[in-house]
Design a protein around this ligand. Structure first.
Ligand code: HDE
Length: 704
């Protein structure tokens, strides 16, 4: 049988036969040979012994003179830099953006002038609330930050996987972030919004209710970075060569469609594989399955903005795609992992103010505040004004300026002229034609600290989002609100949130109120503007309405034992490969199992370490003889029970029936549990897997 691809294909170090020399104290030395470089200090001095510090006598004190020891420890002590205040946990990859057609009509940005033009890109995905070492499947917004190294400088679209935000004005950002992060006295909970401080702030900030619907939806627990949408969130501008401006919103659409996990699954994934999302990106890119997104733009003019129901400068609002269809303008492909996580993913510095000529800002007060914040944060985190000298942040186009010196300066201008104008004929000059010119918007009005009246409707789009969801998705929102609020100890905060929900949807409010055990329903919260009931559902807001209907890019967990039917396994793995899906072989022992025809099946995982939550669907191919041993393993029972209760498709051979009995689901088997009697059955099975989940099962396996 063909050997399945290795788990971290591409990442395996080459293991030479280790030639070791033993020292006097029994320590092992691996000494340089003609094939290996000589170990040196950071100053380049060759090192003779890296196992012991320099001492007076074998058992004496270490001497101050040991410069190699001192340098090594000194550098180690300074390995950490401050993590990001928000979006600390992230994972990035390199790739390219390809322009479909010229957009010269709308923008003079060089990146949009030529069809087929490829621009190098770096993308960092992140969670917001957790610290750098937190887990991937937190209920949270995901950062989706794209750096495009254009020929006119770096353009950063620093977006999220949700098209709206919690707050309308940047001045509230520190409060919002303080509230969601761990409470300052206890320093918990980490990477969780399910606590009093967060919900207290939200309950007193009705503008957040639209975003809350998104964060309580399945969008906040994506199956993979590869299956998420991305959004620039704010309204930006495109400005053409005639200095005409068009408003624009940016959307990234995943080629493989959207997909999320269920909450109970997320909780278990965090234990089983806290690196689930980063591993997924790493594995896919190394396997050559490069994730891809299409960039689509919503373009509109001032007349559209004036006639639209909401203010296009308000980041708590979106423009439904049904009203303004996004136009595809290019594609983003991620095809290379960084060589070094710290150098690239940790040190990459995104900034909303990085825009090329032809892209410009709107007056969105959140965006205006962000344009101030990001430069500041880079200096704090990266420690020097010269953070643009770090290769991941340096432009890839020619650049020339007179900035000089400072900590860690890698590139100072050569020659005499370090200023301009100068008479030496040296150095760069301004270009009124090619340089960035701000769109000459006419601004006037009294200077005042105020929120625009046009920002006052806080509930109508929250309601629109909710009614646009399918029944299972609405159920998940109610369950998420219930779960989160169940962790809030202060009853009045729980009630306040339900009072806001009453302005969104009565049914939702009642469901959550009941599930929380409220003795009486509160009154609806006082609304600045009554909720509009006339906004139609927008199907583009639902994940399930936009399913991929194919298993491509997804992963099947295949449980095997000694005696597994070799022909069936081969047919199944073949059908998966044909469908561009992947699989992992899960066996009682990680060394593998002996198939029915005597061939050896290499395993990727042992059952104890590979719960079903790591897979999009499972297949149970045990043999009869191995069943007695397998039934003793409670993780094998959980494998089946979890796959079933998370509404996954399950393929099985007749020999697996006792596992269903052990999992107490033998009487509930439905059309999502599919018999694989012969090799010919696998094609239909893999086709069915394209539905990803059998949501009709959910009412039977969930309490609410
Ligand atoms: Fe950010 N945000 N943000 N943010 N943000 C940062 O910059 C900030 C906001 C977003 O992978 C910080 O380099 C303010 C909205 C992403 O490196 C900081 C406000 C959106 C990332 C900062 C916002 C984002 C950040 C922290 C309110 C979606 C990670 C470290 C006005 C459109 C980028 C850093 C990466 C990171 C400030 C709101 C997205 C402190 C003041 C809205 C994806 O500068």
């Amino acid at each position: 049988m063909a050997k399945p691809p290795s788990r971290n294909a591409g990442s395996q170090a080459v293991i030479h036969d280790q030639k070791m020399v033993r020292g006097e104290g029994g320590e092992l030395h691996q000494v340089a040979n003609s094939a290996t470089p000589i170990l040196t200090t950071a100053q380049g001095g060759p090192v003779s012994d890296d196992q012991s510090s320099l001492k007076i006598g074998a058992r004496g004190p270490t001497v101050l003179e040991d410069f190699h020891f001192r340098e090594k420890i000194f550098h180690f002590d300074h390995e950490r830099i401050p993590e990001r205040v928000v979006h600390a946990r992230g994972y990035g990859a390199h790739g390219f953006f390809e322009t479909y057609e010229s957009l010269a009509e709308y923008t003079r940005a060089d990146i949009f002038q030529r069809a087929g033009e490829k621009t190098p890109a770096f993308v960092r995905f992140s969670t917001v609330a957790g610290n750098k070492g937190s887990f991937d499947l937190a209920r949270d917004v995901r950062g989706f930050a794209v750096k495009l190294y254009t020929q006119e400088g770096n353009w950063d679209i620093v977006g999220n996987n949700m098209p709206v935000f919690f707050i309308q004005d940047a001045i509230k950002f520190p409060d919002m972030v303080h509230a969601v992060k761990a409470e300052p006295n206890s320093d918990f909970p980490q990477a969780q919004s399910a606590h009093d401080n967060f919900w207290d702030f939200i309950s007193l900030t009705p503008e957040s209710m639209h975003m809350i619907m998104w964060v309580m939806s399945d969008r906040a627990i994506p199956r993979s970075f590869r299956f998420m949408e991305g959004f620039g969130v704010h309204t930006f501008r495109m400005v053409n060569a005639k200095d005409e401006s068009t408003f624009v919103k940016f959307h990234w659409k995943p080629k493989l469609g959207m997909q999320s996990v269920v909450w109970n699954e997320a909780v278990k994934i965090n234990g089983a594989d806290p690196d689930f999302h980063r591993r997924d990106l790493w594995d896919s890119i190394h396997a050559g399955n490069c994730p891809e997104w299409e960039l689509r733009v919503q373009l509109f003019d001032q007349d559209f903005a004036d006639s639209f129901d909401f203010d296009v400068l308000d980041a708590t609002k979106l423009i439904p795609e049904e009203i303004l269809a996004p136009i595809p303008v290019g594609r983003l492909v991620l095809d290379r992992m960084p060589d070094n996580f710290f150098a690239e993913t940790e040190q990459v510095a995104f900034m909303t103010q990085n825009v090329p000529p032809g892209i410009d800002f709107s007056n969105d007060p959140l965006l205006q505040g962000r344009n101030f914040s990001y430069l500041d944060t880079q200096i704090k985190r990266l420690g020097s004004t010269n953070f643009t000298h770090i290769p991941i942040n340096a432009p890839k186009c020619p650049f020339h300026h007179f900035q000089q010196d400072g900590h860690m300066a890698m590139r100072n201008p050569a020659g005499r002229a370090n200023y301009q104008p100068n008479s030496w004929g040296e150095g760069p000059r301004e270009s009124p034609q090619r340089g960035f010119r701000s769109f000459a918007e006419v601004e006037q009005g009294p200077k005042q600290r105020i929120r625009a009246e046009s920002f006052a409707d806080h509930y109508s789009q929250a309601r629109q989002f909710y009614i646009s969801q399918t029944r299972p998705e609405q159920g998940h929102i109610a369950a998420a609100l219930t779960f989160e609020l169940s962790k809030v100890k202060t009853a009045v905060i729980r009630e306040r949130i339900v009072s806001h929900l009453l302005n969104i949807d009565d049914g939702l409010a009642k469901k959550v109120g009941d599930a929380l055990g409220l003795k009486a329903m509160p009154k609806a919260a006082d609304a600045a503007v009554p909720t509009r009931q006339d906004l139609p559902a927008s199907p583009s807001l639902s994940i399930l309405e936009n399913g991929p209907e194919r298993f491509e890019g997804r992963k099947l967990g295949i449980l095997v034992t000694d005696g597994t039917d070799a022909a069936l396994l081969e047919a199944l793995t073949g059908a998966l490969t044909k469908a561009h899906a992947s699989f992992e072989i899960v066996a009682p022992k990680v060394g593998g199992a002996k198939a029915s025809d005597g061939s050896w099946i290499e395993a990727h995982q042992m059952i104890v370490g590979a719960p079903a939550v790591l897979y999009d669907a499972v297949a149970l191919l045990p043999s009869k003889t191995a069943m007695a041993e397998l039934l003793k393993e409670s993780t094998a029972r959980d494998f089946v029970a979890d796959a079933f209760s998370h509404c996954k498709f399950i393929g099985y051979v007749a020999e697996a029936m006792p596992l269903f009995e052990k999992a107490a689901i033998a009487d509930s088997l439905d059309e999502g549990v599919i018999a694989l009697s012969r090799a010919a059955d696998v094609t239909g099975f893999v086709k069915t897997l394209g539905a990803l989940r059998l949501w009709d099962r959910e009412p039977k396996v969930k309490m609410k």
